[in-house]
Structure formats: C-alpha cells, structure tokens
Design a protein around this ligand. Sequence first.
Ligand code: M6R
Length: 638
Amino acid sequence: MCGIVGYVGRRDVLAADGSADPAPGINSHSALDVVLEGLRRLEYRGYDSAGVAVIADGGIESRKKSGKLSNLIDELDARPLPQSLTGIGHTRWATHGGPTDQNAHPHLADGDQLAVIHNGIIENFAEIKASLTAKGHTFRSETDTEVAAVLLGDIYRSLAAKGEASLTKAMQLACQKLEGAFTLLAIHQEQPDVVVAARRNSPLVVGLGENENFLGSDVSGFIDFTRRAVELGQDQIVTITPDSFEITDFHGQPAEGTEFEVNWDAAAAEKGGYPSFMEKEINDQPAAVGDTLLGRADANGRLMLDEVRIDPELLKSVDKIIVLACGTSAYAGQVAKYAIEHWCRIPTEVELSHEFRYRDPIVDGNTLVVSISQSGETMDTLMAVRYAREQGAKTVAICNTNGSTIPRESDAVLYTHAGPEIAVASTKAFLAQITAAYLLGLYLAQLRGLKFQGEIRDILSDLGAIPKKIQAILDNADQIKKLAREMADTKSVLFLGRHVGFPVAMEGALKLKELAYIHAEGFAAGELKHGPIALIEEGQPVFVVVPSPRGRHSLHSKVVSNIQEIRARGAKTIVIAEEGDEAVRAYAEHVFYIPETPTLLAPLLATVPLQMFACELATAKGYDVDQPRNLAKSVTVE
Ligand code: M6R
C-alpha cells in the first residue's frame, strides 16, 4: 500500500544552461521526471492521492492532489515545479485520514524546509502528536505521517541548534521513537543532495545508478533507470547521495544491504498494446506458467529446486505442512493442498495468514510452512511467517517479487516467474503460484521416495503442455466475452466447484467482486444443499466448474447432479467443462470447454475463462479493471 519513490542526481553535471537536463552522455535526470515515472509504475500500490516534493532554488517545493496520479499531473501542468535534482514522490492508499488534498503526502515540517512521505501505519502517532502539540507544534492534516514529519523536523532542529544538523541522525532518533510499520523518506532543504529513508516492516529498495541513486517501494520505482538494486533489512536507514549510499540501523551502527540485479524487463511492465494491464496479464499466462517451470528439472524429470536450501533430511522429516496466504494467493494454496496431500501424503492445512497467529496454532520443528505471496510484502503473511519461524518451523516462500521481504525472511524461496503483475487483481501470478506449488509438492514426493521418477516426469510433461492449452482458451475468448457483456447488468453471480474446482470457484467469485463490484460467492458444490441453495431463484446465474468425466467419474456425476438441482430451481447455469464432456450440455445454458488435462492440474485452465469473464464484464460497465476502487496491490498494513 502506497508507492514511494526517491531520487538524487548530481548537480555538477547539469547542462550548461543550468537546467536539470544533464550534459549529453552523463546520467543525471530531472528529479521530477524520475519521480513521476516511478509513481506511474507504482500507482498500482495505491491511488487515493499522489504528491511530489523537490528541492529547488534552495527551498522545498511540493504539489499534491487527491485522486489518481493524473490529477497530480494536471496540477503540475497548471503549477509547474522548478527544475531539480533531488525529489520524492508518493501515491497513497489512505489509512489515517480520508483521501483529500490535505492528507496527501508529502507532509512538510520544520518551517516547510522538510518533506516526508510514508508507507505504513505509525501506531503510537497519537501519543507523539500529543507531546509535539504540548511543545507548540501544529498540524495541518489528520495523518500519522505528518506526526512523523513534525517529529523528524523537531529532532533535526534540536541537532542543528547544537551544530550537529544531520537528516540521517535525525531519522535514526525519530525511528527510535516510532512504533508500527513504516517506510519513511525525507528531504531537507539544508541538505539538498541527500534523501534519507527508513524501513520497518514495510518495503524499500535502493536503485544504484551512475551519478544518481534511487529509492522505491519496489524495483518498478526505478526500473527505467537502473537494474542494480540493494535490498535493505529490517529497521535500517539508508542515506543516498548522487555518488553514495550508506546503511545504518536505527542506532547509527553501520549495516549492510544485499545487492541484486533486477531481472524484470521494463517493457514487461507496460501494457504492450492491450487496453489494460489486466488483459495483458491474462494473456501473459502461458508464459507465466512456462517460465515458472523452466529449468526446474533435468532431462530425466528429476526436480532440482536449488533455491529450496532446506536440508533434505529436514524436509523428509516434515510431518505437517501449513500454507499461509491471503486472497487469491490463499486460493492457490488451497489448490496446492489437494496436490501436495495426494502426491506426498503429508497433512496440509491452508490458513489465511491474518487468522493464523491469533489462534495458537500447533507448529513445531517438523512443520513446513509454505507462504504464498505475489508481492512478498503482504504484512499479514509476513507476520505469520515470522511467527511460524519463532515456533521452530521451516519456511518456504512462493513469491513473484525479487528482493521482497517475505522471501528474505524465509528459509527458502521458490520464485514464480510471472514477471511484474501491475493490475491490482491477481491473474498470472495465481497460475504461476499454483505451478510453483505443484513443483514443490513433486519435489517433496521425490525426496521422500513417494513417486517413481517416471511418474514425476509424466506429471511434469502434463504441466509442460499447459501453456499451449491456456493459449487455446485465450484464442477462443469471444464466446465468454460476449456472455460477459450480455450480463453487464447482473446483480449477483454464484460459482460452484468441487475438489480443486472449489478454489477455482472462489477465485472466479473474487475476480468478479474486485473488478465488477458485483455480489459473487464461490461455494463447494457439495455444500449447496446445506444452505446456499436457498439463494437460487429464477434466472440466478451460476457458474459451475465441472471436473473431468475421465478418472474420478463419481465426482463428475455428483457435480452434474448439483447442476440439475439448481436448474430445477430456476438457475441459469454456465458451465466450464472438459472438451468432449457432452453430458453437461443438456443442463447448461452456456458451456465453455477447456482442453483435457489431469484433474489436479485443471485449475490452471478452468480459472482462465472466469478471469476473462470478470475482466470483460467490468470493462463493459466502464470500470477501471487495473485499479478497482478501494483496493491496493500490495497490502502492507495489517
Ligand atoms: O501479494 P500477495 O499475493 O500476498 O497478495 C495477497 C492478496 O492481497 C491478493 O491476492 C488480493 O487478494 C488480490 N486483490 C487478488 O486479486
């Protein structure tokens, strides 16, 4: 939640005319250009308001506006900022205080000489505000951020009074007083070539350039300018100047970050000709699954998950797996449960991260905790992973974002290779997570000798065939898109599934809620008669994810019976079934066929029409499918 960007470039490489455009061949960009480009890429993290501050002509200048980034850009057109080489920018998902201009970041303090932006929540802001008020400070917003800014300004001023003015030192002292989760970035006009940032339980990465350095909530914040990045640890402060970066802890002790190369392609974070990121990302799915499988097995189908650095002997002794995740990632976890239990015979629980640590769960050294997170920053999941580690569990993260916190704090990581997912509602990351979870399940089965090599090779070969099958569904999108447009006025849609089709049904419902703001519920088809069937009335649309009639025949016939039961009560049934399943035709208003695949792998296909349906329906209603209301991509507060 909230996107943060910081930039500082070298003043002595300014163009001869004194503008911030550098002399040819020298890296040093205009701070405003860098910050706005970063905000454009980070806007998916929050879009309640946006703001920037730069140091120019010896002072701080700031612009901020409620609403999307485009409002800020209009404001900057109307009231341009002077050229500058030091700046910070913020795109907000509101926590304390509504999404107004006044509450937008940056917040100024120390006589408007200091500007601060913030991601997270400062839990003890009320107490600090009271003591600052008692000292005579006043506040212009309802935010916890302004409290941090005023505190920082107060400390800076006291240091300056002793002849020790230092924004870094002031940040260290301020952070010692702050509680909660925060990334803070600050600039001060008395230190024009410096941006100081602090992080506690909230994301921040440094980008390293030549004659310039960058800060971002994630690497998208500076991906257009550099691929060299540094991960910071918890409770660290970084000071960037044009030619240096220095990391300390909150007490001023030197600390180190970990440098890494950004492997995301900047073009992958563009729409690539699609009308929305959502459509692009749905269409990226064959590659997301294919790339996640790439290089994970040798020619004999022997899995080599080098990133899973946990001692194989320990993995053999695991007697319970707990999958922790939220939202769509939790549905990927539910699919994983079916596969892992079937292949590995290890009891596997799936738990919403935010529920986990508040219920005194049974976790010990023989428990393997698998967290699933696209962003790697979801606070609920991070806290749950920490809790599990404290209890002695081994932790593996399935994650899509290099340099993020959850993988760094886990014993091992299995990266999904979906590429940057910009649309707030998750699509390609979901399929990539399921793919990675299958790999993990097969790896455990291999380690524990529960599957012959040939069996693993066969499943990998079935997985290898999935990208083409997804492509075939995407190439046949017309029918589902047409139905979506016809249903644009629908008020409620139900989704039914069984076995691995159950999480698919819940994911289909979540996509529709998130994108089209339509009431939607996913149910296990078997649960229908225990209550939800009361919702069925004449014309109620119900999607039914039907399992393959091959293999577990009983499951197929039971779901067909469920369809008959709801049809008899007036439901309009829309069925996702396997090619060749003629039995369902008689009971469905609409049938969408997906290619044949083993039952356990079917979610990788059955989800796709549901994503396309939600995206098209929301588009038909005129909604912004990339930035649905009230949401943010990365939920970094509890
Ligand atoms: O980054 P994460 O995978 O940890 O995010 C988890 C959820 O917040 C996320 O899946 C959310 O439910 C999306 N809005 C789903 O589209």
